[in-house]
Design a protein around this ligand. Structure first.
Ligand code: AMP
Length: 281
């Protein structure tokens, strides 16, 4: 596995590979890799000649400085995992490399996506996400880029970035990988105690409860049940939970059987913010 630290070196390497007509896949990450990340790699590995994975804890997408400081960075362990999973190129730049002093202002017209759910609760988050992903897309020029459904709204934002910038990139979306108790794998789970990890598995159970009862109760009642279940039986504090139509992410009061819906949730537990979602019908 080749480890690249600068954009210049990465672009030169990619140009050579493109001349050789190699197809390229990209998996962007912030590191502290777990099997969820690895599932993205295993998914696109057979579809491309060259697999690029990036590890960069992107400061511009953090609206909470404490979260940025505490974000785990076990780089040696990550390198080992990537080697074991047939990654060809690891792009692991410094913050100075990605954001030099003369960095131009970044703003992408994301429309409503920017002001709802994750956008509302993490102001500036999706501008930061698109800023870094666009830089990665420009440098790697991948044929396929893989993202996780775990970050449901992020996938929609990346799709919008691809459309707005007219990029010839196929977006591949992988299902959420969970632990045995159902908790979605996340780098932030490392910051939970054993008790917290166990309590956090209630999140998925409550999403499954909604999925099971979606035809029998109104969305409002189901949401109320979820909040009550989580907040009375555990230390979980719900930031938002909503049943939405998948294309617009607008919250619904009634389920239209001709449309698809998703439940989105964000919670706080032991000072850690966790998100999850589940397609409902
Ligand atoms: P992150 O390092 O958290 O920015 O995540 C990098 C990529 O991995 C994103 O596309 C995430 O959606 C995806 N990802 C994170 N956790 C999971 C998971 N449990 N299952 C599948 N994909 C995931």
């Amino acid at each position: 596995m080749k480890i690249v630290k600068t954009i210049k070196e990465l672009k030169a390497l990619i140009s050579r590979l493109k001349e050789e007509k190699k197809t390229i896949g990209l998996v962007p990450t912030m590191g502290a890799l777990h099997q969820g990340h690895i599932s993205l790699i295993t998914h696109i590995r057979p579809q491309v000649d060259i697999l690029v994975c990036s590890i960069f804890v992107n400061p511009t997408q953090f609206n909470d400085s404490d979260d940025l400081i505490k974000y785990p960075r076990p780089i040696e362990k990550d390198k080992q995992l990537l080697k074991e999973n047939s990654c060809d190129i690891l792009f692991h730049p410094s913050v100075e490399e990605i954001y030099p002093n003369n960095e131009p202002h970044w703003h992408l017209e994301l429309g409503e996506l920017e002001n709802i759910w994750e956008g509302e609760h993490r102001p500036g988050h999706f501008q930061g996400v698109t800023q870094i992903v666009y830089k990665l897309f420009e440098s790697v020029r991948p044929d396929i880029a893989c993202f996780g459904q775990k970050d449901f709204q992020q996938v929609m934002v990346i799709q919008k970035l691809i459309e707005l910038k007219k990029l010839p990139i196929k977006l591949s979306v992988c299902p959420t990988l969970r632990n045995q108790e159902g908790l979605a794998l996340s780098s932030r789970n490392q910051r939970l105690s054993a008790k917290g990890l166990h309590e956090a598995s209630e999140i998925y159970k409550s999403l499954q409860y909604v999925q099971k009862n979606i035809c029998d109760k109104t969305p409002q009642l189901l949401i109320q049940d979820v909040k009550e279940k989580l907040e009375t039986n555990s230390a979980i504090e719900v930031e938002y939970v909503a049943i939405c139509e998948v294309k617009s992410l607008h919250e619904v009061n009634v389920i239209d059987p001709t449309k698809k819906h998703v439940i989105l949730i964000a919670v706080w537990l032991e000072g850690v913010r966790l998100i999850d979602n589940l397609l409902l019908n």
